[in-house]
Design a protein around this ligand. Structure first.
Ligand code: G6P
Length: 368
C-alpha cells in the first residue's frame, strides 16, 4: 500500500495531486484539433439538436457535479436542466419528455440508486448517457451512450479526482451542445475551449500555492463544531461539495447554504466563532455574497473567503482568504473546489482521523 501511495501520506492527498493529469486526460479524450468531438461518446449533431430537456441524476459528489453543470449547461445551451438525487428520482414517477436526455453521473458505475434510475429511464424509452469512470461497470454497459472520465482508479472514499473529471466532462458537453445548437458563436466556442485547456495548470498551481496555508488554517479549525459554506449560483453548487468534503472526512458538522437563504433560518445558528466559508467566484454575485458574509460576521462568525485574484477587498470582511486564478465564470467550480478539498483533508489529518476510510462510509454504495 505504501508503494501505491507514491510517497503521499494518504490516497486522498495523492488523488488531489493527480487532478491536473486526470482533468487533462479527460479533456483530451474529446478534443480533436482544438474542437470537441463527441463521436466516441456517440452523440451526433442531429441528436444534440433535438434534445428538449436534460435530467442529471446521481448520488453524493456526482450529484454536486450535476448541480454545477446545471448552471453551465443552461447558460451555454439554453436547454432546461433538472438535477435529481437518484434515490429520489427512482421512486418519484418522474415526468420525462421523450425527446429528453437522462445523464447519469457515477464514478463507480455501480451505485445502486443511480443504476436503478438509469433502468427506470430506459424503461420509459428515454435516451440515457452515462458519465462514468469505471470501464465496463454496470452503468457504462447499460447506458445508451458513455462519456468515460479518465480519472484512473480512485481509492480514497472521499472523491476528488473523479469529481473533477466529471465536471470537465459536463463542461465539454455544455460547450459542444451550445455550439451545435447555435447558442454560442464560433469565437466564443474557441475561447471556451482555450480556457478549458488552461484548467489543469491552474489546478496544479492552486495545489502548490495554497497547500501549506490551508494546512495551517485547517489545524486552527480542527476543533470547529460547525461550519457553514455559503455562495450563490455556481458558488452554491461549490458550497455543497465543499461542505460534503469536510463533513465526510473530518466529522465536523457542515452545511451548504444558498447565501440568500441564510436569513430564513440558518443565521440563527451563527454564534461567536462559528466558521463560515464564503465562496465568491461569480462577479455578478460578489457584492451580494459579501453582504451575507458581513451579516454573519456581525453575529460573531469567523470568516473564510474563497475568491478570484483581484477581489482584494474581501480582506475587509474575511479573516482568512484564499485566492484562485481567474477563469471563465462557468468553469470556476473546477478551481474553487481544490482549496475546499484541501481544507477537508487537512482538518481530518489535524484530528488524526482515518482520512481514506471515514467511519460508516463506503466507496461504492451498492445497496439501497
Ligand atoms: C459514495 C462515495 C461518494 C460518491 C457517491 C456516488 O457515497 O463515497 O464519494 O460521490 O458514493 O458514487 P458514484 O460511484 O456513483 O459516483
Amino acid at each position: 500500500e505504501a508503494a501505491e501511495k507514491a510517497g503521499f501520506e494518504h490516497f486522498m492527498i495523492k488523488e488531489i495531486h493527480e487532478q491536473p493529469k486526470a482533468v487533462r486526460d479527460t479533456l483530451n479524450s474529446v478534443l480533436k484539433d482544438d474542437r470537441i468531438d463527441l463521436s466516441e461518446v456517440g452523440l451526433t449533431d442531429e441528436e444534440i439538436k433535438k434534445i428538449s430537456q436534460i435530467y442529471i441524476v446521481a448520488c453524493g459528489s456526482a450529484y454536486h457535479v450535476g448541480m454545477a453543470a446545471q448552471y453551465v449547461i443552461e447558460d451555454l445551451t439554453r436547454i432546461p436542466v433538472r438535477v435529481e438525487l437518484a434515490s429520489e428520482f427512482r421512486y418519484r414517477n418522474p415526468i420525462l419528455d421523450p425527446e429528453g436526455l437522462v445523464v447519469i453521473v457515477s464514478q463507480s458505475g455501480e451505485t445502486a440508486d443511480s443504476l436503478a434510475a438509469l433502468r427506470e429511464a430506459k424503461q420509459r424509452g428515454i435516451r440515457t448517457l452515462g458519465i462514468v469512470n469505471v470501464v465496463g461497470s454496470s452503468i457504462a454497459r447499460e447506458a445508451d451512450n458513455v462519456f468515460y472520465t479518465l480519472a484512473g482508479p480512485e481509492i480514497s472514499v472521499a472523491t476528488t479526482k473523479a469529481y473533477s473529471t466529471q465536471l470537465i466532462a459536463s463542461y465539454a458537453l455544455a460547450v459542444q451542445f451550445g455550439k451545435v445548437r447555435e447558442q454560442i458563436t464560433e469565437e466564443k466556442y474557441q475561447e471556451l475551449i482555450a480556457e478549458l485547456k488552461t484548467l489543469p495548470d491552474k489546478i496544479a498551481k492552486i495545489i502548490e500555492d495554497d497547500k501549506e496555508r490551508i494546512q495551517w488554517f485547517a489545524a486552527k479549525q480542527a476543533n470547529a463544531r460547525d461550519a457553514f459554506f455559503i455562495g450563490r449560483g455556481i458558488d452554491y453548487a461549490i458550497s455543497m461539495e465543499g461542505s460534503l468534503k469536510m463533513k465526510e472526512v473530518s466529522y465536523v458538522h457542515t452545511e451548504a447554504y444558498a447565501a440568500g437563504e441564510l436569513k430564513h433560518g440558518t443565521i440563527s445558528l451563527i454564534e461567536d466563532g462559528t466558521l463560515v466559508i464564503g465562496i465568491l467566484t461569480q462577479n455578478h454575485l460578489y457584492e451580494k455574497t459579501v453582504s451575507n458574509m458581513v451579516e454573519c460576521k456581525s453575529r460573531g462568525a469567523y470568516l473564510m473567503g474563497l475568491t478570484t485574484y483581484g477581489h482584494y477587498n474581501i480582506e475587509d470582511t474575511a479573516d482568512f482568504t484564499v485566492y484562485i486564478p481567474k477563469t471563465d465564470s462557468h468553469f470556476a467550480t473546477s478551481l474553487a473546489v481544490i482549496p475546499l478539498q484541501l481544507l477537508g483533508y487537512y482538518v481530518s489529518v489535524a484530528k488524526g482521523l482515518d482520512v481514506d476510510k471515514p467511519r460508516n462510509l463506503a466507496k461504492s454504495v451498492t445497496v439501497e
